[in-house]
Design a protein around this ligand. Sequence first.
Ligand code: GLA
Length: 382
Amino acid sequence: MTLREQVEQDFRKRFGAAPTAVVRSPGRVNLIGEHTDYNDGFVLPIAIDREVWIALRPRDDRRVVVHSLDYDASLSFELGRISHTGTDWSEYVKGVAWALQEAGHTLRGLEAVMTGNVPRGAGLSSSAAVEMAMERAFATVSGLPWKPSEMALLGQRVENKWMGVNSGIMDQMIVAGGRENHALLIDCRSLSLQPVPVPTGAVVVVLDTGTRRGLVDSAYNERRGQCEQAARFFGVKALRDVDSRTLSARQNELDPLVRRRARHVITENERTLQAAEAMRAGDLTRLGKLMDASHDSLRDDFEVTNDALNTIVSLARAQPGCFGARMTGAGFGGCAVALVAPEQTDAFVRTLHEKYTQATGNTPHLYVCHAADGASVLETHR
Ligand code: GLA
């Protein structure tokens, strides 16, 4: 049974009627442009074919009833009385209702069943997938227009203010605005989106190291602070406004650690724009080299990789047909991403699984992904 069939079937059993709409909302993987979003820079992610699904129908009152198949748990609350009680999946549902109402939207109640197959806690934005799915659900029953960047900003507000996670805008933007067979070049200052076709000669493979590090949030915030310090040094709003030439000219005046952090962000912005060009030109060799350079910069200058990420990336690069590989997401464990020639993908996955397990004793999860559309609403067949 597909995830869609599961939520529709459970909805009928639980609420005794057919849902009026079904929402799907993808996870994401970033091809290049890491730790640039909160520096007002550029990112180049794809939405992936791992998704959250919600079957729903409106209610005549202001009650929200959501059942999660994955947690086998239900949530019920009044739109006029939302309180913060924990940190689990239900907080994303309540946080979305809170953010939409706080932005001035009038919401209608709904009942819904939710499931998903975006790996959780792996750096594939399962939380942004839930946020955008719930926003689409509320937008559908309440007749709100779907403006990807506005919805993305509200999702980020849920993370920042309701969940207390200080993340940037990339995840919600790609989940809200993704396009099938395309990556999106996102300008994280203007929030403009440019779809860039993923060349047919390459397959995106996500490499989950199976490692997770604690204290990611505090390390992430520390990096943000160092970037802000560098921006203050240059007298600009964000590191987006500094180029490599300016950095080289003044680098000796900067604290060595802050200099390395700034060098990563500044060169990563440049690599991301070049990667979008290489993708448009179908130049996979160049794209792969830029991804490799991105990883090396994240490892040496930004220092957000761990041994598992460095190992899986170097093993991936050594396989035939691999154009390039790098860590993706916040880092400190989680996933890497590789670009692989289609005809070599099966052998790539098999050999990398074996070699990484041998080298580290960890079991990896390798996902062959296709670039998918962003969050969407589907009519139901009655
Ligand atoms: C996490 C955050 C994003 C972004 C990346 C690093 O995924 O949620 O906003 O900052 O880290 O590129």
